[in-house]
Design a binder for this molecule. Structure first.
Ligand SMILES: Nc1ncnc2c1ncn2[C@@H]1O[C@H](COP(=O)(O)OP(=O)(O)OP(=O)(O)O)[C@@H](O)[C@H]1O
Ligand SMILES: [Mg+2]
Length: 359
């Protein structure tokens, strides 16, 4: 999906810009065997596909859900490739009228895969049409208007719908229930990201050693898209400022230049953290106030910076506002003030500890 606030300059954003999508397609894995990581989803999916192939029937509809850049689109295309079928691609926002969807469905060949990206953004009437198509391989096309309108049933070929979403919570129950398989994508381990990086480096013809790959993987926020992007930037540096080989020293120097620190925080992430710690003494502070302090929109702070700061255990969202954890001071190289948690007031006012230290 595209960022709510596409920030092309940001090295650590999980969203892809338009140009990046083009570059990315060259690095996409084309089979389950090539697809690194996501052991759970990959194994489950392998079974679903194998079973379907044996029965000679299209597999159940598949929903892939998870944060941006983890490989949902890649997997959707792999499903088609593994089944040896055509994948027709569209997206929730592109389906404006149910007629558009009906036309698309009636053009599907037997066993085709229809991939609907950002399926949570599909318009309601189209969604209702989809229910019947998914269940009965049939749609009702309404002809005419008002009392004279009639519904003409239209057969469609058995197909497999693959939906991708970054916001599974926004899917309606009836739509969700019609997927026979839901794959929940997880963030990647550093080890798996190193494999992603080595594979990408091979494809790009870049020499990278194990330590160079480890250095980049550690700053990639568990996200292959970010790993591949950092690799391209490090490659530039390696070619222009070094001998072309990506080593630990080259990766470090390049990523310092691009403002991506050891944990993978970029400039804005660090500004938010720094404001929270230095201006608000670690909070709690409301997100709107925090956003003003760094000169950003609240939703940018909330959707672009905070998810990773929370995941990294540096910031907690509490009912009273944002709070920095001890690790935030440490990460910024500042001394942790005494009793920063015991902010006065009743114990109930203190941030709940489980959210605080959960990475
Ligand atoms: N398991 C993987 N192995 C190798 N490369 C991967 C893997 N997953 C993702 N990538 C790489 O990361 C990039 C982004 O992946 P992809 O477009 O599939 O993510 P996405 O989940 O669809 O993201 P979005 O939510 O933004 O649509 C791709 O170019 C692909 O090369
Ligand atoms: Mg995608």
């Amino acid at each position: 999906m595209t960022s709510p606030e596409s920030e092309p300059g940001s090295a650590a954003s999980p969203w892809a810009g338009d140009e990046e999508r083009v570059v990315e397609s060259a690095l996409r894995p084309h089979s389950l065997g090539e697809f690194v990581g996501q052991p759970k989803v990959a194994r489950q999916l392998d079974l679903v596909l194998e079973g379907a192939k044996r029965r000679g029937r299209p597999p159940d509809h598949v929903l892939l859900s998870g944060p941006p850049g983890l490989g949902k689109t890649s997997l959707a295309l792999i499903i088609g490739a593994e089944l040896g079928t055509t994948v027709k691609i569209t997206s929730g926002p592109a389906i404006e009228r149910s007629g558009d969807l009906a036309a698309m469905l009636s053009n599907l060949g037997e066993g085709d895969v229809l991939f609907i990206d950002e399926i949570h953004r599909i318009a309601r009437p189209a969604e209702e049409l989809l229910y019947m198509a998914m269940e009965d391989f049939r749609v009702d096309v309404v002809v005419g208007k008002g009392p004279g309108a009639t519904a003409i049933p239209l057969e469609i070929s058995p197909f497999t719908l693959v939906g991708a979403t970054t916001r599974a919570g926004l899917l309606t129950g009836p739509l969700r229930d019609r997927f026979g398989f839901v794959g929940q994508m997880e963030f990647y381990s550093t080890e798996d990201l190193q494999l992603v990086l080595r594979r990408s480096a091979d494809l790009l013809g870049v020499a990278i050693d194990a330590e160079g790959a480890a250095e980049i993987a550690g700053r990639s926020r568990g996200t292959p898209r970010i790993a591949n992007r950092l690799l391209r930037r490090v490659r530039d540096y390696a070619e222009v400022r070094a001998d072309g080989r990506v080593t630990r020293a080259v990766a470090r120097a390049a990523l310092a230049l691009y403002d991506v620190d050891e944990l993978g925080l970029d400039r804005l992430d660090r500004e938010v953290l720094h404001a929270l710690v230095a201006k608000f003494n670690g909070g709690p502070v409301g997100v709107a106030t925090l956003a003003v302090a760094v000169g950003e929109e609240p939703h940018t702070v909330e959707e672009v910076c905070e998810p990773f700061l929370v995941r990294a255990g540096l910031l907690a969202r509490t009912p009273r506002g944002r709070v920095a954890t001890e690790a935030a001071w440490t990460h910024l190289g500042l001394p942790v003030p005494d009793g920063v948690w015991l902010r006065g007031g009743t114990p109930g006012d203190q941030p709940a500890s489980p959210t605080l230290f959960d990475a």
